[in-house]
Design a protein around this ligand. Structure first.
Ligand SMILES: Nc1nc2c(c(=O)[nH]1)N[C@H]1C(S)=C(S)[C@@H](COP(=O)(O)OP(=O)(O)OC[C@H]3O[C@@H](n4cnc5c(=O)[nH]c(N)nc54)[C@H](O)[C@@H]3O)O[C@H]1N2
Ligand SMILES: Nc1nc2c(c(=O)[nH]1)N[C@H]1C(S)=C(S)[C@@H](COP(=O)(O)OP(=O)(O)OC[C@H]3O[C@@H](n4cnc5c(=O)[nH]c(N)nc54)[C@H](O)[C@@H]3O)O[C@H]1N2
Ligand code: SF4
Ligand SMILES: [Mo]
Length: 853
């Protein structure tokens, strides 16, 4: 293989930059191939390089994939992808190996012995025909008996096309809203944060902010391990501009804290108080941007004292039902509401010294400083997750530090297509594609038009279906008795796992339900399945992901799936064909209308199968989806009339083939003189014709001068600064359970570890789970490094090895356990209480005790 000297130099320069920036261990490493090439040992040269994006995190790094004799032998960074500019992290560099684990699922499996549920025993191999018939049969029966008894659990790791087809099958085909993605566990609070503040789920900044900010604030994100390529860009900015500072707000000292100028360690949940402290400081010192606030903001308050969603019927309680309510207040009233949050009071509840709080508040108070805030699961996985998102926006709105190059709140996304698929395509129980929602009649009408359905056809899905926690609680209760899950591993990753694994007394419904799991490897979920469908993975099919900065990017098909593994989209359409058999919509064949020539046009009548050309299938799906975002593309829609009522027009997407040509494009995309141009900063525009959105820096200059900002909304729809108070966590350490327990991730592993543990290099780097303990707590409990300990909560317990000197350094009284190890199954201990607005559970805090095992 020829590796150009330039790309080698580039890679080592990155490593050197990181080392110089004080990151003790480089987060971006050379690939094996690069090293071998440098040493002149590599003799295998790929026959061909194809273009793609990484299948892991929401950074969405571009990759080039080297293929030899039909096999992927090498993966390297794609310099033409504008999100990552040629960088990858270690997981990216080893991507080629993720498909070649020895135990890939290659044949459909049907469970013969239901008593062996919970293990991978009791299955037999079956033909696709038999498996698909069985699934369709059970789906139809359950649906006929009770429409509420079927459910689909999707993923931010499904491609845009797969998500769109899942949603179309469930919503238009089965008239059912019991479809939700794992992104509910991940980005739901970010979505409701956007919606409640801006009335639209549209991230406004872009990665270029990392190159321009003067101050970075991480609000509960371990970027060094979870968004390593973005973090290295942050480090690069600090290295090239002396004045740049990074404040890391966190509950535990992490790899991210290592390079930060200031680390503010706070007690779990008290981030709510800290944000209010900063807001109060800005108002008290009249250090907010009065002109900006007057022009662009309105003030609101919402329901308080929400209690906690520990019981199954919380959503229907008075508090639960009122959680989303808010109303206008005056600035004076708002000021009074934040008045209790003096820095002294905030110090008292958060444990963060006043001086540190004041230093951070002063940064926001400085009108000349460009500040970029980032956050991930510390903020979203929070029983007040929506509130925390609102509070961060409050600070940026009050200071006018928003939608300006180098200045803005930036919600980091977890999964590769949590934005593109789950959110934008709308694989949520309450959504339709492109920000539309099921309970808005105009939105339903629009979907009916695009899907060629008779007017009023979608009336039956005007109520949201089960959100994720509810879906699994109802599975445990026995109310849901058909579940199909795809590109996720709920048997390991749902909180309070005992119950959802049928182990708890009130979880027995899981054992009786008919469960279909589409997977690539045996997991803690396939062991709960009645049918396992072997899936084509990553570049074994063509696909598209949408990343955190709104960039949609295609990955090409590079290799054939092993054995009989098949594309998930193929399986979805095959089941659709079977369940819709004989059904008519407005006198037409339902399947044909939805997926055949009359609709998406991905079915070949001659072969009686999905069209053979995957690019054509993907293009047709995309072009249909694209109409949701660009109403004018649909001939029969009066854009003036209906288009005005829809918020989707801001999204605007380009034709499918452009995305490969450009190695990804950020929406909204505008056609200017025949060229498809992306947008860097949302809201930063005047009129659409002028296309301000897309000119970003060019228009505003490095100073970020800013007189064209518009939130696309009429006056009464200005973004809201919403008062959100501090409220306690649902479970707080006490004498019996004296520790806070936090769960999360490590750099080398992806979620449930089902993929990364099959890559030998990643597995060797972190072979097992661990429990981080403060040395003084360990000493008191006579625990030494490497000892087995039991972590116990009221819900369950697990055995894991102790570490006193790990990457993360928890404060006293605090434990951290990663969730990648299926044998540790830490989620048997975690809580499934969720944010009453977003319904996203909190995996970051519960009360635990620790014993030597
Ligand atoms: N290597 C790797 N990278 C990944 C992933 C992976 O599995 N592996 N997964 C991707 C996905 S889907 C996600 S969602 C992201 C997750 O990315 P992160 O959220 O960065 O990672 P976690 O380890 O889940 O969470 C750790 C953070 O939670 C914060 N935290 C804990 N309690 C609180 C609290 O009460 N308030 C606040 N504000 N913060 C708190 C801690 O300070 C810590 O910074 O990573 C993405 N990237
Ligand atoms: N304790 C704890 N639990 C957590 C969290 C936490 O912070 N703490 N975080 C939560 C968050 S933010 C997230 S995003 C979730 C993630 O939770 P999940 O999405 O449930 O976990 P993954 O391991 O990502 O599961 C994805 C699965 O898809 C399979 N797969 C890969 N490619 C394909 C494909 O092309 N088709 C199909 N059908 N399958 C494929 C992989 O083998 C893998 O098993 O975990 C949540 N759970
Ligand atoms: S895991 Fe994330 S940071 Fe690493 S290469 Fe993939 S997309 Fe980039
Ligand atoms: Mo996530």
């Amino acid at each position: 293989m020829k590796v150009s000297r330039r790309s080698l130099l580039k890679a080592s320069a990155v490593t050197a930059a990181l080392a110089a920036a004080g990151c003790s261990k480089p987060v971006v490493r050379e690939t094996e191939q690069m090293r071998a090439a440098a040493e002149g040992k590599l003799s295998v040269e790929p026959d061909e390089w194809k273009t793609g994006v990484c299948r892991y995190c929401g950074t969405g790094c571009g990759v080039q994939i080297g293929i030899k004799e039909g096999k992927v032998i090498s993966v390297k960074g794609d310099p033409e992808n504008r999100s990552s500019k040629g960088l990858n992290c270690i997981k990216g560099y080893y991507l080629g190996k993720v498909m070649y684990g020895k135990d890939r699922l290659t044949k459909p499996l049907i469970r013969e012995d239901n008593n062996k549920k919970g293990t991978m025993e009791g299955f037999r191999e079956a033909s696709w025909e038999e498996a698909l018939d069985l699934i369709a049969d059970n789906l139809r029966k359950s649906h006929e008996k009770d429409p509420q008894s079927i459910a689909f659990w999707g993923s931010g790791q499904q491609t845009i096309h797969e998500g769109y087809i899942s949603s179309k099958l469930w919503k238009a085909g089965l008239l059912n809203n019991n479809i939700d993605p794992n992104a509910r566990l991940c980005m739901a609070s970010a979505v409701t944060g956007f919606m409640s503040t801006f009335q639209s789920d549209e991230p406004m900044g872009c990665y270029e902010d990392l190159d321009k900010a003067d101050v970075f604030v991480t609000w509960g994100a371990n970027m060094a391990e979870m968004h390593p390529v973005l973090y290295s860009r942050l480090l690069h900015r600090k290295q090239t501009a002396d004045h740049v500072k990074h404040y890391d707000l966190t509950t535990r000292y992490s790899r991210t804290s290592e390079a930060a100028e200031e680390t503010l360690i706070f007690r779990p949940q008290t981030d709510l108080a800290i944000a209010n402290g900063i807001i109060r400081y800005l108002i008290e010192h009249e250090a907010y941007d009065k002109t900006f606030v007057e022009e662009h903001c309105q003030f609101k308050a919402g329901t308080e004292d929400l209690g906690h969603s520990l019981e199954d019927d919380y959503d229907e309680t008075e508090k639960g039902a009122a959680a989303t309510e808010s109303w206008n207040v005056s600035f004076q009233e708002f000021k009074q509401m934040v008045d209790p949050y003096t820095l002294d009071y905030v110090e008292e509840i958060s444990g963060v010294p006043r001086e540190q709080l004041e230093a951070l508040a002063k940064e926001f108070a400085d009108p000349d400083k460009k500040i970029m805030s980032t956050w991930t699961m510390g903020v979203n996985q929070h029983t007040r997750g929506t509130w925390m998102n609102n509070l961060i926006y409050n600070i940026h709105l009050l200071t006018g530090k928003i939608s300006k190059p180098g200045s803005g709140p930036f919600s980091l996304t977890g999964q590769p297509s949590a934005c593109g698929t789950a959110r934008e395509v709308g694989v949520f129980s309450h959504r339709l594609p492109a920000d539309l929602v099921v309970n808005n009649p105009d939105h339903r009408r629009f979907a009916e038009m695009i899907w060629n359905l008779p007017e009023g056809y979608l009336e039956d899905i005007s109520e949201p279906g089960f959100h994720t926690v509810k879906m699994f609680r109802e599975l445990a209760n026995g109310k849901v008795n058909f579940l199909w899950s795809m590109s996720n591993n709920w048997g390991q990753t749902m909180p309070k796992a005992n119950r959802y694994r049928g182990v708890d007394e009130d979880g027995k419904g899981v054992l009786d339900a008919f469960i279909v799991v589409s997977e690539v490897y045996p997991t803690r979920s396939t062991e709960m399945a009645n049918v396992v469908l072997p899936a084509a993975m990553w570049v074994e099919r063509e696909g598209m992901f949408g990343n955190a900065e709104r960039r949609n990017a295609i990955f090409e098909k590079c290799t054939e799936p092993p054995g009989e593994a098949k594309w998930d989209l193929w399986a979805l359409v095959q089941v659709a064909k079977r369940v819709l058999e004989g059904k008519k919509i407005g006198g037409q064949d339902a399947f044909d209308l939805l997926f055949g020539k009359g609709g998406t046009d991905i079915w070949d009548d001659k072969t009686g199968d999905l069209k053979a050309d995957q690019t054509e299938v993907c293009r047709n799906v995309w072009e249909e989806y694209r109409k949701f975002s660009s109403p004018h593309l649909h001939e029969s829609i009066d854009v003036q009339e209906l288009g005005e009522k829809l918020k989707t027009k801001a999204k605007q997407l380009a034709p499918y083939d452009e995305y490969l040509k450009q190695h990804g494009i950020c929406w909204p995309v505008r056609e200017v003189n025949g060229e498809w141009m992306e947008t860097k900063w949302r809201y930063a525009d005047g009129t659409q014709e002028e296309g301000f959105d897309q000119i970003g820096v060019k228009e505003f200059g490095e100073q970020g001068k800013y007189d064209k900002l518009s939130f696309y909304k009429s006056d009464d729809k200005k973004p809201s600064v919403i008062f959100r108070p501090f409220e306690d966590a649902p479970e707080i350490p006490d004498d019996n359970y004296p520790f806070w327990l936090c769960t999360g991730r490590v750099l080398e592993h992806w979620h449930s570890g089902s993929m990364t543990r099959r890559v030998p290099e990643l597995h060797r780097a972190v072979p097992e789970a661990f429990c981080e303990i403060h040395p003084e707590d360990a000493e008191r409990l006579e625990i030494s490094e490497g000892d087995w300990v039991k972590v116990k909560t009221v819900r369950g317990e697990t055995k894991v090895k102790a570490t006193l000197n790990g990457r993360g350094k928890p404060p006293k009284g605090y434990l951290f356990v990663p969730f990648f190890a299926e044998e540790t199954l830490i989620n048997e201990t975690t809580l499934d209480a969720y944010c009453p607005i977003s319904k996203q559970p909190d995996y970051k805090k519960c009360a635990a005790k620790l014993e030597k095992a």
